[in-house]
Design a binder for this molecule. Structure first.
Ligand code: C2O
Length: 558
């Protein structure tokens, strides 16, 4: 929309003075990263927070807005913040993963993340992208549609942000450091949380929990985010159906379901109609894990959907969470997801493929004399365990600094084997800071193939800088002859984080229309730490708006 210059000035002034209260084109936020004691939880210990809040503040913006967030680091750790799912067109400097697109913000330093939200609306989130700080440093990022543009479903009367998380009694940095010392898996969390509350049924918070107050006869939209470090979660509400309308800030064909599945990194918007008049209904978030040999935190976080006016003494209507290994419930949800694919919101699935890639994702081992078993558990993609560089990859790419990374990441496994069959005798992986190079605007089909090495499980793989379409998925090994015939190229779900099924595969497609360096990793934090990560380097295009912008002057130094 063209705008008279003086209106722009008035808006800008209004934006600066009243950042969230007026319809702004520029939104300003200040994030003070500080230690804080959260007394309502079972162990009162200082945790790292943004502005002393857990979860952190919600960022509100509209499609097309520019957002400036000044992050000031007052804690003893290096910090960086990622705006999960924001495309960051040409502005990779604001993406946030430490040592990938920026050096971290050191104690006492600050950095202004500056990006414009283009062509996106819906629920995303932000989180720390260094160490395990995202356990407590995270919050919602709500992008409203452009002014005057309605949702493609009946407008809800009210919207609520629902953030699912995990809570450890111990300091999470101590938890992961101990795991790295022993070479074994880290301790699981002590509680799951809903907006920072484990809930009334938890021993971690005996006095009450979160209440979601609702009025009868209305429709509410829940913006659900899984901010947990390591666990996929089921989410349900007693006696209420959920109508799914969006995932990862992309509209879906609406469908009704009892239970949704949400992996770390993913977001899901659901509509809930309060058609029961009165009462209190349990809201439950519980883990999904279909490999019985892997230990997870089996505790259910609960809250109550509380009809306004219901007597305090009324009993909460309970609901049983699905069993931990309820693959059927998980698959039923996943298979129901389709892009809305309307005239206004078309699914632009790449139909031709320039790069056909197959990446195996799973665990492996490295010999380690000081470790408990003489080996350290690691993770890898195509047998490469990613080694973090000492300076940011995007800087190395932009300034042509050699010796930081190589661009020879294998596009296909170097030694193909039966990935989901009996595991091979050699489980050792290679190390490397290897990237895969893509020409601007080239198209990619990437089959993510889960392996049975050590412990098969679902891997929620997240790609920075892009959305992708999931054109197919299946169990066992991907069959390049048969499986593509069944691909959905019409209305596949579009998202930024996808669960690779345990001992199975998923095929995604995207167009490399965003120059820069883009991280891809498993969003189970333990697997990221163990090396299940790599990056794509997308070269600049030839056109005027097809190059990475120069770095901002306050970009942190290593
Ligand atoms: Cu939500 Cu690279 O992460």
């Amino acid at each position: 929309m063209a705008m008279v210059p003086w209106i722009r000035v008035v808006l800008l002034v209004a934006c600066l003075c009243f950042p969230v209260s007026v319809e702004c084109m520029v939104r300003h936020y200040k994030f003070n990263v500080v230690q804080k004691n959260i007394s309502r939880l079972c162990s009162s210990k200082p945790i790292v927070t943004v502005n002393g809040r857990y979860p952190g503040p919600t960022i509100y913006a509209r499609e097309d807005d520019t957002v400036l967030i000044k992050v000031v680091n007052h804690v003893k750790y290096n910090v960086s913040i990622h705006w999960h799912g924001i495309r960051q067109l040409r502005t990779g400097w604001a993406d946030g993963p430490a040592y990938i697109t920026q050096c971290p913000i050191q104690p006492g330093q600050q950095y202004v993340y500056n990006f414009t939200i283009t062509g996106q609306r819906g629920t995303l989130w932000w989180h720390a992208h260094i160490l395990w700080l995202r356990a407590t440093v995270h919050g919602a990022l709500v992008i409203l549609p452009k002014l005057g543009v309605p949702y493609p479903f009946p407008a809800p009367q009210k919207e609520l942000v629902v953030i699912l998380g995990e809570w450890w009694k111990l300091d999470t940095e101590a938890v992961i450091n101990e795991a790295l010392r022993s070479g074994l898996a880290p301790n699981v969390s002590d509680a799951h949380t809903i907006n920072g509350h484990p809930g009334p049924l938890s021993t971690c918070q005996p006095q009450g929990g979160l209440k979601l107050p609702v009025r009868p006869g209305k429709t509410y939209m829940l913006r659900i985010i899984n901010a947990a470090l390591n666990e996929e979660l089921f989410f349900k509400i007693a006696n209420h159906k959920l109508t799914v309308v969006e995932v990862d800030a992309v509209y879906t064909k609406p469908f009704k379901i009892d239970t949704i599945l949400i992996a770390p990194g993913q977001t899901t918007n659901v509509l809930v109609t309060t058609n029961l008049g009165s009462g209190k209904f349990l809201v439950a978030a519980s883990p999904f894990m279909d490999n019985p040999t892997i230990v997870v935190d089996n505790k259910t976080a609960t809250a109550t959907l509380h009809y306004i006016g219901t007597l305090q003494s009324t009993k909460t209507i309970l609901t049983a969470p699905p069993p931990q290994n309820a693959t059927i419930v998980a698959t039923n949800f996943t298979n129901s997801l389709k892009s809305l694919n309307s005239i206004r919101f078309p699914a632009r699935v790449p139909l031709k493929v320039d790069h056909s890639l197959l990446f195996t994702v799973g665990l492996g081992l490295h010999t380690c004399a000081s470790c408990t078993n003489g080996n350290r558990v690691v993770a890898d993609i195509n047998n490469v365990t990613f080694v973090m560089p000492k300076i940011a990859l995007l800087q190395a790419h932009f300034f042509n600094t050699s010796g930081v990374f190589t661009d020879d990441f294998p596009g296909n496994p170097l030694n193909p084997y039966n990935y989901t069959g009996t595991q091979p005798t050699n489980l050792q992986t290679r190390k490397g800071t290897r990237l895969y190079r893509l020409a601007y605007d080239s198209t990619v089909q990437l089959v993510l193939q889960g392996t049975g090495m050590i412990a098969p499980e679902t891997h929620p793989v997240h790609l920075h800088g892009f959305n992708f379409f999931e054109v197919g998925r299946g169990l066992g090994n991907f069959n390049p002859k048969k499986d593509p015939k069944k691909f959905n190229l019409v209305d596949p779900v579009e998202r930024n984080t996808i669960g690779v099924p345990s001992n199975g595969w998923t095929a995604i497609r995207f167009k490399a229309d965003n120059p820069g360096v883009w991280f891809m990793h498993c969003h189970l934090e333990v697997h990221t730490t163990w090396g299940l990560k790599m990056a794509f380097v997308v070269d600049n295009g030839k056109g005027p708006n097809e190059s990475v912008l120069p770095p901002p002057s306050d970009l942190p130094k290593c």
